[in-house]
Design a protein around this ligand. Structure first.
Ligand code: PHE
Length: 347
């Protein structure tokens, strides 16, 4: 038995020296110290020994086991350290290498203009309200004084989805929604920005574009007048496009306002002298506006005897073109990186 113990000790210690992986180490540990291991085997055999031999062999087994356990522990530390060293070596990074430049996106010019418009009107006490792009005929036309078959519907070629649903041709639908939602007929001061759709596709029109719509309604005695509309639009255009902008109101027709106006701004290219952009007139049309038609008030729950106000609507894409001097609307939609880069965040 003594020889056997000595043999186990020698062979195991030899093997420990050769250990290369944690797996080998675990296997060896099980082979010698495990439940069915060689040393355990010897301990089990001790019951057959004489009473004198038993304590001697017992203490020998304990010594050998301690020795082997210590050696294994040491081997384990060595293997672990070797693994860490290997990992460190493999994952070494050269911190002096130049980094890969992360490109930052930029805000699209249309979004910039939308944000600027919203900030501007919020500062004048307006609410920003949104509405659905898939709209009903009722809100897009009927509640805006445009019954079915009305000739003015031809002003806006529409994408109908069903007989009742269409892609909204104008954000004016949100005017009607705001009035209808306001059951207590509180005064309204709102704008709505968003996408609109019309069946148009030439160089200066896109089938999808963006509008901003404004609506102010107050009690008759507050006397919201054309002067208020003019003042508001002047502040709006001057802040957005430039302090030198001048506005011109031309009588026009919209079914939802009476009187109605088309509003021109002096040409940003020639300053009003006349050029090819403004067709030698010095003016460019930018807005539709007017005093809210009594029928629109009535149809959306406001008594025209007691309430009055103004509304306006304009194409954001065109405003962006004026603001940034963009000559072709298609630049706004083709997402050419060379174009977009010019609007990189400088703020
Ligand atoms: N909704 C009109 C359009 O798209 C613009 C407009 C809005 C005119 C509000 C008057 C009042 O052409």
């Amino acid at each position: 038995m003594k020889e056997k113990l000595e043999q186990i000790r020698k062979i195991t210690k030899e093997k420990i020296k050769d250990l290369k992986s944690m797996q080998e180490l675990t296997d060896l540990k099980a082979k010698v110290l495990g439940k069915k291991g060689e040393l355990t085997e010897i301990l089990r055999g001790m019951k057959d020994l004489s009473a004198e031999e038993r304590p001697i062999i017992g203490s020998m087994v304990n010594k050998v086991r301690d020795e082997i356990e210590d050696a294994i522990k040491e081997a384990q530390q060595n293997i672990e350290q070797a693994l860490i060293n290997k990992k460190l070596e493999e994952e070494k990074i050269d911190i002096t290498l130049p980094s890969v430049k992360i490109k930052r996106g930029s805000k699209h010019p249309i979004n910039r203009v939308i944000e600027e418009i919203e900030d501007l009107f919020v500062s004048m006490g307006y609410d920003v309200i949104s509405g659905p792009e898939l709209e009903t005929d009722e809100y897009c036309f009927e509640r805006l004084n445009l019954p079915k078959g009305h000739p003015a519907r031809d002003m806006q070629d529409s994408f109908y989805i069903t007989n009742e649903y269409l892609l909204r041709t104008q954000t004016s639908s949100v005017q009607a929604r705001t009035m209808m939602a306001n059951k207590n007929c509180e005064p309204i001061r709102m704008i709505c920005t968003g996408k609109t759709y019309r069946r148009e596709d030439d160089a200066t029109h896109s089938h999808q574009f963006n509008q901003v719509e404004g609506l102010v309604i107050d009690k008759k005695e507050r006397n919201v007048s054309l002067a208020d509309l003019k003042g508001t639009l002047e502040v709006f255009v001057r802040k957005l496009i430039g302090e030198n902008s001048r506005l011109r109101f031309r009588p026009s027709y919209f079914p939802f306002t009476e009187p109605s106006y088309e509003v021109d701004v002096n040409c940003f290219k020639c300053g009003g002298k006349g050029c090819n952009l403004c067709k030698e007139t010095g003016w460019i049309e930018i807005l539709g506006a007017g005093i809210v038609h009594p029928n629109v008030l009535k149809m959306n729950g406001y008594d025209p005897e007691k309430f009055g106000g103004f509304a306006f609507g304009t194409g954001i894409d065109r405003l962006a073109m004026f603001k940034y001097g963009i000559t072709d609307m298609r630049y706004l939609y083709t997402n050419d990186i060379r174009f977009l880069n010019q609007f990189d965040r400088k703020d």
